[in-house]
Unconditional design. Structure first.
Length: 295
């Protein structure tokens, strides 16, 4: 074990945990179930006591938006109660906590991008459970940085890019909503930025605790993002399909989603000096890897 203690990432199989693990830093340690189980306070306490991390980054949780509507208890156990446990453990051991949250804490009705101190009003169970997690982290651990993210994609795990490429292998035309807008965010770029935040948080005298947003910079609707995915895929002989733009109201899902998922990263840029790279470079990389996997 490193003398100073690792950067402990809670989570192992999600795209953010995998991106953090692939960042190439030997001080990053990812812990998923069973030892890093957000639903098991005892195991979390044992893990923190054993590793004595210098900072914890919570990349775990219940992330399936539609299933959360019927799996209410599990969503709150992983998204509220687990972070509350982590926050208490961090507070008692004087360990900073970086906690990842989501645009789904907002109702999407604001005309412009959301800033970190905008009022929350989640539309679905997932969003309510994540807001409860934010509140728990802020209440129980003074040394916290909560980072809301949105429209995250990568070559890892399940995400919009992988879903679109899979569907394109099965059908010629895909209906995709055109009235949900956001800032696509490449997960390895997000992971690198979060590790930069961790490094700055650990510097003596840091005191800019609180809420931040971190997302890409190019505004896009879901149908246009799907078209960008297929455009990249076609250039390397991968699957593509015609995109049929539809309204969210014509394509109901179990969980209502915010139409506006844009997150303003200005505060993170000001405090941490962070600007994420162009998401389209990440898209090229993701599509290339996912298409190669399927051959």
């Amino acid at each position: 074990m490193l003398e100073a203690g690792p950067v402990l990432v809670i989570g192992r199989n999600g795209q953010l945990a995998q991106s953090l693990n692939a960042a190439g830093r030997d001080d990053v340690m990812c812990a998923g179930r069973p030892e890093g189980d957000l639903a098991d306070p005892g195991k979390l306490a044992d893990l923190v006591a054993r590793l004595r991390p210098r900072i914890i980054l919570n990349a775990g949780g219940f992330t399936k938006v539609d299933p959360a509507e019927t799996q209410n208890e599990e969503a709150f156990a992983l998204n509220r109660d687990g972070p509350a446990t982590l926050a208490r453990l961090c507070a008692s051991a004087n360990i900073p906590l970086i906690h990842i949250s989501t645009d789904c804490v907002f109702d999407g009705r604001k005309p412009g991008p959301y800033v970190a101190d905008d009022a929350t009003a989640p539309l679905n169970v997932y969003g309510r459970s994540k807001r409860a997690g934010e509140e728990a982290v802020a209440a129980f651990c003074r040394k916290h940085v909560i980072v809301r993210v949105s429209w995250v994609f990568s070559e890892y795990a399940d995400n919009f890019v992988r879903t679109m490429l899979k569907l394109a292998g099965q059908r010629d035309e895909i209906s995709v909503v055109c009235d949900q807008i956001g800032y696509p965010t490449y997960c390895p770029d997000l992971a690198a930025a979060l590790l930069q935040i961790a490094d700055q948080v650990l510097k003596p005298g840091f005191d800019s605790w609180g809420m931040y947003h971190l997302a890409g910079r190019e505004e896009m609707d879901r149908a246009s993002m799907a078209q960008a995915i297929f455009s990249e895929s076609r250039t390397i002989g991968g699957p593509s399909a015609r995109v049929k733009p539809v309204l969210t109201s014509d394509y109901p899902t179990p969980a209502e989603r915010p139409l506006n998922a844009r997150l303003d990263s200005g505060k993170a840029e000001d405090v941490f000096g962070l600007t994420l790279p162009d998401w389209r470079t990440g898209l090229q990389n993701s599509v290339r890897i996912i298409v190669a996997e399927s051959h």
